[in-house]
Structure formats: C-alpha cells, structure tokens
Design a protein around this ligand. Structure first.
Ligand SMILES: O=C(CO)[C@H](O)COP(=O)(O)O
Length: 254
C-alpha cells in the first residue's frame, strides 16, 4: 500500500507577520498546496494563527496551534483554549512538545487533559513524546515511551471518533546540537508505540518522526515501515526548504 505521509512543521517562537505571509504565499502557490500524496500541516505561533489559517484556506494544508488548554474558557491568563484555536481556523493542536515539558511544566497529566479536550472539540491532537538523553543512555527509551503513550490515550473518549497523531521526538535529537535518530532505531520505536496503541485501543495510532529531520535524512526516515510522516523544525522554517523536503519524500514514496 502506498503511504500518504504527514509532513509538517512547527515554527516554534519564530516569524513576524510579514515572514508568515511570505511563507504562506510560497506554499499556497506551489503544486503541493493541493496534493493528495501527502497530508501537509503547519503550526505557527498564536500571533499569526488566524492569518495563516486564512492564507492557507484554499489549500489542503492543516493549520494548527502549538498548545491549547484543557478548559474551554476562563481565568487562565496567558493560555489559549481549544475553542479559540478552532475559532481562529486551527484544526490541529500540538501537545506535549519536549520544550513545553522541560520549560513550562507540561506533565503526562496535563498532556492527557489537553489531548482529551482537543479531541472533544474535534481537533487533531498531535501529541509529542520522546526519551530524554538520560533515559536513552540508561536504556530506558521503551519505558519512557510506554509511560507517555499510556498517559496521552488515558483520558480520551475512544467510543467517539478521535483524531490523535503521535510524534516520536527523541529529546536528544531536537534542535541545534541534536543528533537525528538513526532511521532503523526510529522505526523500532515507532513500531513499539504503534503496537502499544493497538494493544490498548484495538487499532494503531499514526506516529510521525521529529528531531533534526533534514534534506539528507528525510527520504530514508519517511521510507521506514512504521514511520507515518515527518515533523520538521529548522529545515522547514523556510518555505523553499519545506517544499523541497515535501517534494523529495513524496516522489520517493510514489
Ligand atoms: O517540534 C519539532 C518539529 O517542529 C521538533 O522539535 C524538531 O525540531 P528540529 O530539530 O529543529 O527539526
């Protein structure tokens, strides 16, 4: 069966309004703006979420937010709710990125609450999990992934349609100084996560790989049996870089 990979990027805390506009213009004009060989997605910061959703409205890209609270509204200064994300045109919420776990107190429990809320509001919950350098060095990758996977699925009402996608992002592979996971190693972890979700839910959740994806490793990573797509940071912040990875991956899989 031919794969239809997810290929997307989070801009993290980057891009002005003008830079966001330029990215969207390039992507919207490209042949990949409407291409059913891949599911493209882009996750801008909140400051331009509405604008990016509008700019990409005529394309097949999914636009999402980098976080959303578990409550619908209320006295939660500095937070944004899933209702507000939807209102801005967001269709996806990224949850539990390692930078939020490390710097903003995100825990397995808040990830579970946010995943449940995003799903309840019909959003795609893109939930990031990953082993830290210490866990990896101690041979505790499997244990870390089991704990985080069990948490993320724990509160969702699976008797209703639920759109949940997992991103395996080894913490040691992310950002400047990160080491991309070897494709074979990544594939083994993806297989593990998928098997665990199958065991618990009766079906396997899609699992994307993230962490130093670049033009040199994207094709091999995307070709792995259990890798359902790529979640890219730095190499996709420039629209041309993003589209070139999309083009390479899509043509290698077609
Ligand atoms: O979230 C990520 C993808 O948007 C992830 O942190 C990977 O970042 P990168 O190492 O800069 O690709």
């Amino acid at each position: 069966m031919t794969k239809r990979p997810w290929i997307g990027t989070s801009w993290k805390m980057n891009k002005t309004v003008a830079e966001a506009d330029a990215f969207c213009e390039t992507v919207a004009r490209s042949p990949f703006a409407r291409d059913d060989r891949a599911q493209l997605f882009v996750i801008p910061p909140f400051t331009v979420l509405y604008r990016v959703a509008q700019a990409l409205d005529e394309t097949d890209l999914i636009v999402g937010a980098q976080n959303a609270h578990w409550k619908d509204a209320g006295a939660w200064t500095g937070e944004v709710s899933p209702v507000q994300v939807k209102d801005c045109g967001g269709r996806l919420v990224e949850i539990g990125h390692s930078e939020r776990r490390e710097h903003f107190g995100e825990t397995d429990e808040t990830v579970a609450l946010k995943t449940e809320a995003a799903v309840r509001h019909g959003l795609v919950a893109l939930v990031c999990i990953g082993d830290t350098r210490e866990e990896y060095d101690a041979g505790r990758t499997a244990e870390a992934l089991r704990r985080q996977t069990e948490a993320l699925i724990s509160r969702v009402d699976w008797s209703r349609p639920a759109k949940v996608v997992v991103a395996y992002e080894p913490v040691w592979s992310i950002g400047e100084g990160g080491t991309p996971a070897e494709p074979g190693f990544a594939d083994e972890q993806h297989a593990r996560i998928k098997e665990l979700t199958r065991e618990k839910l009766g079906f396997a959740l899609p699992v994307l790989y993230g962490g130093s994806v670049n033009p040199g490793n994207c094709v091999e990573l995307a070709a792995q049996d259990h890798i359902d797509g790529l979640f890219i940071g730095r190499s996709a912040w420039n629209a041309e870089g993003y589209l070139s990875i999309v083009s390479d991956v899509v043509s290698s899989l077609s």
